[in-house]
Design a protein around this ligand. Structure first.
Ligand code: ATP
Ligand code: MG
Length: 395
């Protein structure tokens, strides 16, 4: 074994009391994600180490890039903690590289090592200069930064920093339920919630035959894309047709969207409570459409006490799109299948709805029994990390 992936934890290093829980969750998440690879993973309080086979490195990196809780990682050469061995190994590592200036940066966490960090860097730098030609040291703007970490058991040499995806390991927070439409915003909201460690389940409201099976498939594809950031996501599909139709038959046109969303929130609340969740997550963004003015949000939100997390509430559409592109959901989201909101959008939805009017209008039909019916017929699909998926009636 010559190289390891050396993983540095992100923000979890600030979580003193919970540190072991965070590290163990991250360890289990990485282990689970790499179960098909020939790797050996170990950890201590500061780092995680992955021993790997060279031919699998590129694929392993792609997987690691989607694991939250990793701040930075390096492909590090392992060497004995001994200055002679370190000098020689550094020279071997850099000898085929093309550069004209360099800098050695040493971190010494093993305090019994005979020389301090600065002195060690100087010794290694001097050795490089003596054994190469036409290169010089540049401490401010080096073409090649050689990083050396002196630790008690082994030391490490690395030349590159790879950015991890940051955040907290998924599972360090309990379950949140994402309202997942086929649009651009909700997958981004789900991604951002997972990034804070939330274990996600998704809920899609469909209104067949007003919406198509293609629209459902689009949501399944989006869930698969999100599942790459976790181990699996349960996608619950709600048959919303009877409620939608009842709203449009019985209620004032300009209040239909407000009432429809109050119904969605009511159903969400029941799903969250039935399934041991704590929050609703959705893709609402302040002011984006009539149902997302602060007045609308307040009237809609008043049906439930379950906290609603809106990760993209304060982002511009273009900022949301940037993230959607980065997480590869954008192309799927813009496919032109109608979802249940777009099909029923009235010409002039109310922008500043009144709570009393919403309540008056929605009481024109027996929505409680329809909500119970919808919940009894929930269809759940378990989406496992983009690879396989299994159907089941109710998980
Ligand atoms: P998105 O682009 O994510 O669909 P949007 O801009 O279209 O958002 P709305 O349609 O008003 O906004 O919906 C706001 C949020 O409500 C969505 O981001 C999503 O979280 C939720 N939502 C809307 N429609 C559905 C649906 N059919 N199933 C599940 N959640 C939905
Ligand atoms: Mg939408």
């Amino acid at each position: 074994m010559d190289r390891v992936i050396l993983i540095k934890y992100g923000e979890l290093s600030t979580k003193k009391g919970n540190r072991n829980f965070f590290i163990n969750t991250l360890y289990n998440n990485i282990k689970n994600k790499l179960k098909t690879f020939d790797v050996k993973i170990s950890k201590d309080r500061a780092r995680m180490y992955i021993e790997f086979k060279d031919q699998e490195l590129d694929e392993i990196k792609k997987v690691i890039d989607k694991v939250f809780g990793i701040h930075k990682y390096h492909i590090a050469y392992i060497v004995d903690t001994n200055i002679e061995a370190i000098k020689k190994r550094v020279l071997e590592v850099i000898k085929n590289l093309h550069f004209s200036t360099f800098k050695v940066e040493t971190k010494r966490s093993f305090k019994d090592f005979p020389t301090d960090s600065l002195e060690t860097s100087k010794i290694i730098g001097g050795y490089i200069l003596k054994n190469t030609a036409d290169i010089s040291v540049d401490v401010h703007n080096p073409e090649l930064l050689i990083q050396v970490e002196i630790r008690e058991n082994n030391s490490f040499i690395y030349l590159n920093d790879y950015q991890g995806s940051g955040g907290y390991p998924v599972g360090t927070q309990p379950k949140g339920f994402l309202m997942l439409s086929g649009g651009i915003d909700s997958p981004v909201a789900g991604y951002l919630a997972m990034k804070r460690g939330v274990k996600l389940e998704a809920v899609y409201f469909e209104a067949i035959p007003h919406t198509s099976l293609e629209a459902r498939n689009k949501v399944i594809t989006l869930t698969k894309k999100l599942a790459k950031y976790t181990d699996s996501i349960n996608l619950h599909i709600v048959n919303f047709t009877p409620i939608q139709e009842a709203i449009y038959k019985n209620c004032r046109g300009d209040y239909c969207i407000t009432i429809m969303r109050r119904m969605m929130y009511r159903i969400m609340e029941k799903i969250v409570k039935d399934r041991g969740g704590y929050v609703i997550v959705n893709g609402e963004s302040i002011g984006q459409v009539a149902s997302q003015t602060l007045v609308s949000m307040s009237v809609i939100n008043s049906v439930t006490n379950v906290p609603v997390i809106r990760p993209v509430a304060c982002l511009d559409k273009l900022e949301i799109i940037d993230i959607a592109k980065k997480i590869d959901t954008y192309e799927t989201s813009i496919l032109p299948f109608e979802d249940c909101c777009t099909v029923f959008v009235p010409k002039h939805p109310v922008i500043n709805p009144k709570l009393s009017t919403a309540i008056y209008e929605e009481n024109k039909f027996d929505y409680e029994s329809m909500i119970t019916e919808a919940l009894n017929n929930l269809n759940t699909i378990k989406i496992i990390d983009a690879v396989e998926s299994e159907f089941s009636e109710l998980l």
